[in-house]
Ligand binder design. Structure first.
Ligand SMILES: [Zn+2]
Length: 203
C-alpha cells in the first residue's frame, strides 16, 4: 500500500523542518525535479487556468539547460526552491559532498537572479547532520506518488483529494517519469481545490 500522508511521528522527530503550514484556506502545491521541456509548460498552463500559484523545487542542472522555462515560472509569480545541482541522495554520500551539490545549485540560481525560498532534499531523504546544518528545509505533508507507475491515476486522485486540507504541502513532479500521472491528477486536484474554495499559494 502506498502511504500518501506523512505519518505525524516523522514531523515530530524533525520539527525544525517545514512539513505543512498554519493556514485558513491555503494549500501549497509543489513540483520537484524540473524544469523539464516535456512537462513544465503543461503545469504552468494548468496553474494559470485556475489562477493558482505554486512552488517549483528545481534541479540546478535542469535550470542551466532550460533558462526559458525558469523565466516563465518566475514571470508567472511562482516560487522556486533549491533541489540540489544533480538530485543528490543524502543517504548515499558524505555530507560535505552533499553540501557542495546544494551550493552549486544556489550559485546557478544567483547567476540567473532566482531567489530561493528554501531547500528540499531529493527523495525526501534527511539526515541528522542536515537537520543541524541546513536552514529552511521544506518537505511535504501529502505525497501524490505521481512517479509511481504501479499506481493508477484514479487511485492517486481518490487517495489524495481527501488529504487536501488547509495548510497542506503537496508534492508532485514536473518530470518525464511523473508526466503520465501528472497530466491526469493535476487538473483533478486543481478542480477539487476550486470547488472547495481553497486558495492555491506559493510558499
Ligand atoms: Zn526530486
Amino acid at each position: 500500500m502506498f502511504i500518501h500522508q506523512i505519518p505525524s511521528f516523522i514531523p515530530a522527530l524533525f520539527p525544525r523542518f517545514v512539513w505543512s503550514k498554519a493556514a485558513d484556506r491555503q494549500i501549497y502545491l509543489t513540483f520537484d525535479d524540473g524544469p523539464t521541456p516535456e512537462i513544465t509548460d503543461f503545469v504552468l498552463e494548468c496553474l494559470a487556468e485556475f489562477e493558482a500559484k505554486a512552488t517549483f523545487f528545481c534541479i540546478g542542472k535542469n535550470v542551466v539547460e532550460n533558462p526559458g522555462i525558469i523565466q516563465r515560472i518566475q514571470a508567472a509569480g511562482h516560487s522556486i526552491g533549491n533541489h540540489t545541482m544533480n538530485h543528490s541522495n543524502a543517504w548515499k554520500m558524505d555530507f560535505a559532498a552533499y553540501q557542495v551539490d546544494m551550493i552549486k545549485c544556489e550559485e546557478v540560481f544567483a547567476q540567473q537572479k532566482i531567489k530561493s525560498i528554501g531547500f528540499r532534499p531529493p527523495y525526501g531523504r534527511i539526515t541528522r547532520k542536515m537537520y543541524r546544518e541546513i536552514d529552511n528545509v521544506i518537505l511535504w505533508s501529502v505525497l501524490t506518488g505521481d512517479y509511481n507507475a504501479s499506481l493508477s491515476s484514479s487511485e492517486i486522485i481518490s487517495s489524495v483529494l481527501p488529504l487536501l486540507k488547509p495548510g497542506a504541502i503537496v508534492v508532485m513532479h514536473d518530470s518525464v517519469k511523473a508526466s503520465p500521472h501528472l497530466q491526469v491528477i493535476l487538473p483533478a486536484i486543481l478542480s477539487y481545490c476550486k470547488e472547495q474554495n481553497f486558495v492555491l499559494s506559493a510558499l
